[in-house]
Design a protein around this ligand. Structure first.
Ligand code: ADP
Ligand code: ZN
Length: 722
């Protein structure tokens, strides 16, 4: 028996199937899609069995061992990997690895094992005949009473007695696999759907592949629609995937699913440790879980018989993998899997991405709409504060209007969310005398000031240094840290409203596992009056008592040099505004900005998605951006900037010669030119249809694949450029 093995080493030079022979004693265990260990040069590597055949033209070596009993990659996932490879031009092995929990990827250092529980029950003995000492008697009584007892419970009584009893055959043990996470099976009663929700549910045709856009304003009850459809799918014995932008930020959403579906849910949190992830993955493979909820990579959940895929907050850029290969979009994968299983894919959002909305308008996707809030209330009224006008009358970061609004809400004993927009923004240290700022010596990026440790850190490579006393440039003692941190705003709040209870939530305060959820619960229970936070507070929160949302600084995300900055700002403001007035109480929003006339802000004020969409589409058309053109970003990086720049120009010339229907921009320095002493140039391609593109790019990758001085990364439909 000969097998074709793809080894777990992502390198374009060896990214192909190698033949191995299988010793006769291992042949029975061989299946396509399991892992085996093989000799590879001087190393021993793990790889996936992709082919089984009778003979090979080459001299082949024996495999060393078989790693799995169960198939790790089924036929569907094996095909999917090939498709991703041809769509992204990444290595095939990286396309398989991205589907698997870390525990199954080769040699990650620590071996992650299954965990077991040991139970004891009574052996086949006549109890009245036994002569037992005290502790033995207590153990036997306990087992008699319960029938089956967890090892831990009786070891607590006496370990030696347990051992004696087991030796005598009075106790018999049994091991069962123990998953690291547990779920309650307690279910909560569901709401009757509103007629709007009912209509949407009825418009979705199950058993047929279509892509739907569910465009529903914040609080319109999209989640309830998802759950209703999932219930139908589950009743038919099928399975379902639900993607959310960042699962650790959406505990309320996960909770709602768990309340409704109990232990049918597998939740692939990023906060799970590797062992927990591995357990969840195996629960899915064993069909013990039929609904998977998770962030981007949950789209690869090894479910079979999928009946519905849901992508909530479809506009979120977290669905695109940008930093490593394969640079895939979970939305594309959802559609490929949806085609395979002939099932619907639903993308939901209050502020759909332009790409998805444009397809819905063309009829490529089916458009579903929930234009009203479930509570029948209108969306909260939004007041824009022009900070240029308020200059001089601000108290710290707070305008008079915002202060007054907060006071009113506090008086009514209602709650407030304050949002500090930190997208593309950070605190940094600068010299008031000479303007010197501190940059990372390895990366071309400003160091971020961390108050708690009084250090400056690089958010790219982790470099850190103490904050200096004097400026290294002019030797003046006039260093100053600029920028709004949540801690600073918290201090101001404490001064302005000494009686208000303020809860600060950002990535610093929520790093401990479970902390985020605890904070959300305590805010929900009204142990705090004001929730102050960064992006964390814009997503999926549903508090009935919040009637004021304040945006302290709307602008930072507008200033990012990215063609999507208006879209991102509009959607961010709409989302955060949507946290206000979600129950019977009417909500209000106050947005502070230096750009009150910017269309992203004025359309957000009026909750005018379509207005924004039309305006932004016009700009994209003129500037040849998506959704009118496709983009492809090529990053060329290496340690020697001159060499890299030279090669980047060669690549550009070759693209010019070969791509006749594409505009080619660059090479130019990336928005961060240097990271970890590696210099980066970018080339941007804009095209509508370019049949040759993949072939040409593949040739370029091939040309450089053995050159260790240069690295080429290709990102189709990038979520950001640079
Ligand atoms: P969205 O996901 O569109 O923001 P949600 O599904 O979170 O909206 O619904 C908003 C609020 O309305 C939630 O508190 C939810 O529990 C409630 N809700 C949703 N559907 C109904 C319904 N049919 N009847 C009563 N309350 C509902
Ligand atoms: Zn750095």
């Amino acid at each position: 028996m000969i097998i074709g093995v793809l080894v777990q080493l992502s390198n374009k030079n060896i990214d192909k199937v190698f033949d191995y022979s299988v010793p006769s004693e291992l042949q029975d265990m061989i299946k396509i899609g399991i892992r085996v260990e093989v000799p590879f040069g001087k190393q021993v590597l793990e790889g996936f069995v992709l082919e089984i055949k009778d003979s090979s033209d080459l001299a082949v070596k024996d495999i060393i061992s078989v790693k799995d009993e169960e198939v790790i990659l089924n036929d569907e996932l094996l095909e999917l990997g090939k498709r991703i490879q041809s769509d992204t031009l990444a290595t095939l092995i990286s396309c398989y690895q991205v589907m698997l929990p870390k525990a199954l990827k080769a040699k990650q250092g620590n071996v992650i094992n299954k965990k077991f529980d040991t139970f004891y029950y009574l052996g086949d003995v006549n109890i009245s005949d036994l002569k037992l000492n005290d502790s033995q008697q207590r153990i036997v009584d306990l087992v008699l009473e319960k029938g089956k007892v967890l090892r831990k419970e009786i070891v607590d009584i006496s370990l030696s007695s347990v051992n004696t009893l087991e030796k005598k055959g009075i106790l018999v043990s049994e091991k069962t696999e123990h998953y690291r996470l547990s779920y309650s099976d307690e279910k909560v009663e569901k709401f009757p759907l509103t007629s709007d929700q009912e209509n949407v549910v009825n418009e979705v045709i199950l058993d047929k592949h279509d892509v739907y856009l569910l465009h529903g304003v914040t609080g319109s009850g999209k989640t309830e629609v998802y759950m209703e459809l999932i219930e139908k799918v589950i009743d038919e014995g099928k399975t379902s995937i639900v993607l959310v932008p960042e699962i650790s930020l959406t505990p309320q959403m996960v909770k709602r699913f768990q309340n409704r579906f109990g232990d049918k849910i597998a939740a692939l949190h990023s906060a799970l440790n590797d062992g927990e992830k591995y357990d969840e993955w195996r629960r899915i493979v064993r069909r013990e879980a039929s609904i998977v909820i998770g962030a981007r990579s949950a789209i690869f959940a090894p479910l079979e018989n999928i009946g519905l895929i849901i992508i909530d907050e479809e506009h979120s850029d977290s669905y695109k993998q940008t930093d490593t290969n394969p640079r895939y979009s979970a939305k594309d994968i959802a559609i490929i899997r949806g085609e395979h299983y002939n099932c619907p894919v639903i993308m939901g959002s209050a502020t759909p991405s332009l790409e998805v909305m444009a397809r819905a308008q063309k009829g490529v996707y089916k458009y579903l709409s929930l234009p009203n809030r479930v509570n029948g209330k209108s969306l909260p009224s939004v007041e824009i504060i022009d900070m240029n006008q308020s200059m001089g009358r601000m108290r710290g970061h707070f305008s008079e209007t915002l202060i007054k609004s907060i006071e009113e809400i506090l008086e009514k004993d209602e709650q407030i969310i304050l949002f500090l927009n930190r997208r593309g923004y950070s605190s940094f240290v600068t010299c008031k005398n000479c303007g010197h700022t501190f940059k990372c010596p390895h990366c071309d990026i400003t160091l971020t000031y961390h108050k708690s440790s009084n250090t400056m850190r690089c958010h790219y490579c982790g470099y850190g240094t103490k904050v200096y006393e004097v400026c290294p440039e002019c030797n003046e003692k006039s260093l100053n840290n600029l920028g709004v941190g949540t801690q600073k705003v918290e201090e101001e709040l404490n001064n302005l409203f000494p009686n208000a209870r303020v809860l600060r939530m950002d990535f610093d305060t929520t790093s401990r596992k479970g902390m985020h959820e605890e904070m959300i619960n305590s805010f929900k229970n009204h142990e705090y009056d004001i929730l102050l936070g960064t992006q964390i507070v814009t997503k999926g929160l549903d508090f009935s008592n919040v009637t004021l949302v304040g945006v302290i600084n709307a602008d930072t995300s507008l200033n990012i040099p990215d063609f999507r900055s208006s879209e991102n700002t509009f959607s961010l403001l709409s989302q955060v505004a949507g946290r206000s007035g979600r129950s019977s109480k009417t909500g209000k929003v106050v947005i502070q900005t230096y750009n009150p006339d910017h269309y992203a802000i004025s359309f957000a004020k009026n909750h005018d998605y379509l207005g924004f969409y039309n305006k932004e589409m016009e700009i994209r058309r003129i500037l040849k951006y998506p959704p009118f053109y496709y983009l492809c970003f090529i990053r060329i990086s290496g340690k020697d900037p001159n060499y890299i720049f030279g090669e980047a120009n060669k690549i550009k010339r070759s693209l010019d010669r070969n791509l006749l229907h594409t505009s080619i921009l660059g090479p130019s320095t990336c928005s961060v030119f240097k990271v970890n002493n590696v210099y980066r140039y970018g080339i941007i391609l804009k095209y509508k249809k370019e049949d040759n593109l993949k072939v040409i790019l593949e040739k370029i990758l091939d040309h450089y694949k053995s050159n260790s001085n240069i690295k080429i990364d290709i990102d189709f439909n990038p979520s950001q450029i640079g």
